[in-house]
Design a protein around this ligand. Structure first.
Ligand code: NAD
Length: 457
């Protein structure tokens, strides 16, 4: 490999990005156009001629908090295909956030481009500028085709990014999502066989990407017999050798005989063609929008196949990102117990479905709708920006102090005398830090706080 050329390319793209930031060019050339779609708060077409950006941002529902969802970069066959995908994905995020009780709404965005050949710093920067223009109504993260490194570039244009690979940020959600899916697989085993024990169970995994590759590691150590498939033959062989797993071709994986099938590639894998072919007892995987149509969940029920609703089982990454809003700042141990309990949540959903004689998908939607209707888990309290540890800030005093010039606050702090004023001094110091963080835009949550205030949260 000629690393010299690669180094040169990296240098060039860094320089291009630096000049974009300096000129703030993309912000002025990005066009936002609202597309009215029934049942969605906002659907926005984003274009930028200079960077060749064509994207859609869908904000489905913000009644539980600002819309949060990843950016998917894919070379969609048509505009309609991209629109359909972003609408389904953003609605799924509303349900996912409601069931997980993270206090976010549902949103998603898609960039119509080939991530291998068309993803440039200009394109990502322009997308960031579009997100910035929405003022915090939509918060983005990585998704298929968009890496945490790409998010770093997007971060140069907007504050509204979570899941960055840096200190006090939650980073790559893959391992966390995978742990939630693992717990979901255990819940399926518990429901099917009366025990969550996976030793000797045959588990088929479709897609060995960011989630699938971690999932098979957890499954291996739990003693499962693995059948793997991926469209990337090199990756497939490497991982099959590592875990002593069987492999099948991508067109065979969905019809392979197994106890539990884990779709961890793309959505739409449960459809009229695949349902008659399934030879599994349960489907429990990470992929978003596994059901091509909601009614396919009933078809699975009729075939006696247990289905772990995708937006419940794959919420681990979201729970991880949500931990960035913890008052004390992100720590990987915060989301752990919540992700662990995806197991309990799924068992409850299987029971509700059984009692209602309905699909597990319908039971999960009913649970989400109930939480949204009564605002259970809604983001009401104003979170501290949380990227450093220390006592939290009183919101009222924070609001007053935000309007006082920084120099004046520093002066007041300096004039307070111990011991009586020590506590006040600490609180003021905290506020000063808060304001510093907001000034230097270290994260988007200061802005989220403002967003929440302006929306009467
Ligand atoms: P990824 O792009 O890292 O991995 C996808 C993998 O699937 C790749 O290895 C790809 O080669 C493979 N693949 C694609 N088509 C295939 C096919 N037909 N048969 C077999 N393999 C195929 O994506 P990811 O981050 O691992 O996410 C996987 C799925 O889980 C996606 O649907 C994503 O939306 C969903 N999801 C991911 C997260 C997360 O934290 N990354 C969270 C929630 C949901």
């Amino acid at each position: 490999m000629n690393t010299g050329i690669l180094d040169q390319q990296t240098q060039d793209s860094k320089k291009r990005l630096a000049s974009l930031v300096q000129e703030g060019r993309a912000a002025s050339t990005v066009q936002l156009e609202k597309i009215p779609v029934k049942g969605y708060e906002q659907v926005i077409k984003v274009t930028d001629n200079q960077s060749q950006l064509t994207a859609i941002i869908a904000i489905h529902d913000t009644s539980m908090g600002p819309a949060l969802g990843g950016i998917r970069i894919q070379p969609y066959a048509s505009w309609d295909a991209a629109l359909e995908d972003v609408l389904r994905l953003s609605k799924g995020m509303t349900y996912k956030s409601a069931v997980a009780e993270v206090g976010f709404g549902g949103g998603k965005s898609v960039i119509i481009a080939d991530p291998k050949t068309q993803k440039t710093p200009e394109l990502l920067f322009a997308m960031g500028s579009a997100i910035e223009k929405l003022g915090g109504q939509y918060i983005c993260a990585e998704d298929v085709g968009c890496t945490t490194e790409d998010c770093k570039i997007i971060r140069r244009a907007t504050k509204y990014v979570v899941g960055l690979a840096q200190a006090k940020s939650s980073g790559d959600p893959g391992p966390f999502t995978a742990w939630g899916v693992f717990r979901g697989v255990q819940s399926a085993a518990k429901k099917l066989f009366g025990s969550e024990w996976l030793e000797g169970r045959t588990i088929a995994v479709q897609g060995l990407g960011n989630v699938g590759s971690h999932l098979i590691n957890y499954l291996f150590w739990a003693g499962a017999k693995l059948i793997l498939s991926d469209i990337d033959p090199v990756k497939l062989q490497r991982l099959a050798a590592k875990y002593g797993a069987k492999t099948v071709s991508p067109d065979q994986i969905l019809s392979v005989e197994c106890d539990i099938l884990c779709p961890c590639a793309l959505g739409g894998c449960i459809n009229d063609q695949t349902i008659p072919q399934f030879r599994c007892k349960a489907i429990a995987g990470a992929a978003n929008n596994q059901l091509l149509k909601g009614s396919h969940a009933l078809d699975l029920r009729e075939r006696g196949i247990l289905y772990a609703p995708d937006f419940v089982i794959n919420a681990g990454g979201l729970l991880n990102v949500a931990a960035e809003l913890e008052e004390e700042g992100y720590h990987p141990s915060f989301p752990r117990s919540k992700i662990h309990r995806i197991y309990d949540c799924l068992l409850a959903i299987y029971d509700i479905a059984e009692k209602n004689k309905d699909s597990t998908h319908a039971a999960a939607i009913a649970l989400a709708d109930y939480r949204i209707k009564y605002g259970l888990g809604k983001r009401i309290t104003i979170s501290f920006c949380g990227h450093y540890r220390g006592p939290s800030v009183n919101d009222r005093s924070s609001e007053i102090l935000e309007n006082i010039p920084l120099v004046a606050i520093v002066h007041i702090c300096a004039s307070l005398k111990p011991p009586n004023a020590t506590l006040i001094c600490l609180r003021r110091l905290n506020l000063v830090l808060d304001i510093f963080y907001s000034l230097f835009n270290t994260n988007g949550f200061y802005q989220v706080r403002r967003w929440k205030r302006s929306n009467a949260f």
